[in-house]
Ligand binder design. Structure first.
Ligand code: SF4
Length: 404
């Protein structure tokens, strides 16, 4: 799809008399930042503007400034503008990164069509080797806190940990993170919800799609009913509820009304709106990545319908440039980035820049090494062996981050 720049704006950019952030604030359509390195591929259009061919997106810059012009239909543009207004009336203009912390790469279900776990080679998913040691989970939790990231939720493959282990991990995570956390552990029965309740903010149900037919394809062995039961129980015992929604599985915009009813019925206070990542070896391996506008449409519609709901948007390393659009559409926070491997890289700098382009202050950091005081680990009061192991794991994480 071509991008269009008016010759007037182009000339202002070239003269340096208009910076990209100011331009972005002029219109919600100025949302597709591109880091351009030359503009030799531009050509003058017959509308006295400059048309940028789509293949030039990743190779062109103008004065080292990101470019934000994206041709979007008027209706979506107006929707995003309205959603952005609703967001600003209900939340502070900040955002942050949310880290989901996994306890395993093994799952007892293992055939969801969008899930990286179901596509992992067998040797990586043997139960004995694919479950993390608690020191690694706690090291990651502590770094999450030091870097100012929100703890998205505690999760892992279904049946990888038993209830005793989960409860014990949640207690330790609360100590290390300093507050309760969300959990996403499959459908949890009432007696376990009550057991975990002292340590959790709420329970996340991996709903994935509200289109029943699509659900059968996406989650052939993960029926929705047990999750609905869990939501009902959580509502009954006063526990908050959240849900995941993956855009691009085969749903259409016509399904939005079902989402509205679902959110109302189960009192969902937080929603994670991801875009499909087609993993090799899954039924979605050849599927298209949902477009930025389509993901933004779902976020904007949800924001307008539910002004106070907490919306987390999922991106990926190849979709950094859509972050500002998703935030403008009313998302609160950002998730889904291999953040330790990408820490301090251009991708992370670009992501932080994207949040500014959306007019948000980014809380925490994806680019600055944290200040570390290992004595803090001693003060958690874990036994000596675990304490030593947590410190070792932290050092390993820091080494990865420094190498980037
Ligand atoms: S149940 Fe969860 S972890 Fe297991 S395959 Fe499905 S999405 Fe992946």
């Amino acid at each position: 799809m071509p991008l269009w720049l008016s010759s007037n704006l182009l000339s202002k950019l070239e003269q340096g008399s208009c910076d990209m952030r100011s331009l972005c604030s002029l219109s919600p359509t100025l949302v597709m930042p591109l880091w351009l390195s030359s503009y030799s591929d531009c050509f003058v259009s017959n509308r006295s503007g400059v048309q940028l061919p789509s293949e030039a997106f990743n190779s062109i810059t103008i004065k080292n400034q990101p470019l934000f012009f994206y041709k979007m239909d008027k209706e979506t543009e107006q929707l995003i503008e309205k959603a952005g207004k609703v967001y600003s009336e209900n939340f502070s203009m900040t955002t942050c990164f949310e880290r989901a912390i996994f306890f395993s790469w093994w799952c007892g279900i293992n055939d969801c069509g969008f899930c990286f776990m179901s596509a992992l080679p067998k040797e990586k998913t043997a139960k004995e080797t694919a479950i993390r040691h608690e020191s690694s989970i706690l090291a990651e939790t502590w770094l999450c806190r030091k870097l100012g990231w929100e703890f998205g939720f505690f999760t892992g493959g279904i049946n990888a940990f038993n209830a005793d282990k989960i409860e014990s991990m949640l207690e330790k995570i609360n100590k290390v993170y300093g507050e309760k956390v969300w959990i996403s552990l499959g459908p949890i029965p009432k007696k376990l919800l009550e057991r975990y309740k002292p340590y959790v903010k709420g329970v996340v149900g991996s709903v994935e799609t509200i289109n029943e037919d699509v659900h059968k394809k996406a989650c052939p062995s993960k029926p929705i009913n047990p999750y609905l039961k869990m939501f009902e129980t959580a509502n009954e015992i006063g526990m908050k509820t959240a849900m995941t929604l993956i855009i691009g599985l085969g749903e259409t915009k016509d399904d939005f009304d079902k989402l509205v009813n679902f959110i109302k019925k189960y009192h969902i206070s937080k929603i994670h709106i991801y875009g499909l990542i087609p993993h090799k070896g899954t039924v979605y391996s050849d599927a298209d990545i949902p477009s930025a506008e389509y993901q933004a449409w779902w976020i904007a519609k949800t924001r307008i319908e539910f002004p106070r709901i907490d919306i987390q948007c999922g991106i990926w390393s190849d979709r950094i440039e859509r972050t500002s659009l998703l935030l403008k559409a009313g998302a609160n926070s950002i998730s889904k980035l291999p953040v330790f491997r990408k820490f301090g890289t251009k991708i992370s700098y670009d992501l932080e820049e994207q949040t500014k382009l959306a007019g948000r202050e980014f809380l925490g950091s994806l680019t600055k090494m944290p200040e570390i005081d290992f004595d803090e680990i001693d003060r958690f009061g874990f036994d000596e062996e675990l304490t030593v192991k947590i410190k070792d794991k932290i050092k390993k994480y820091l080494n990865v981050m420094k190498k980037n």
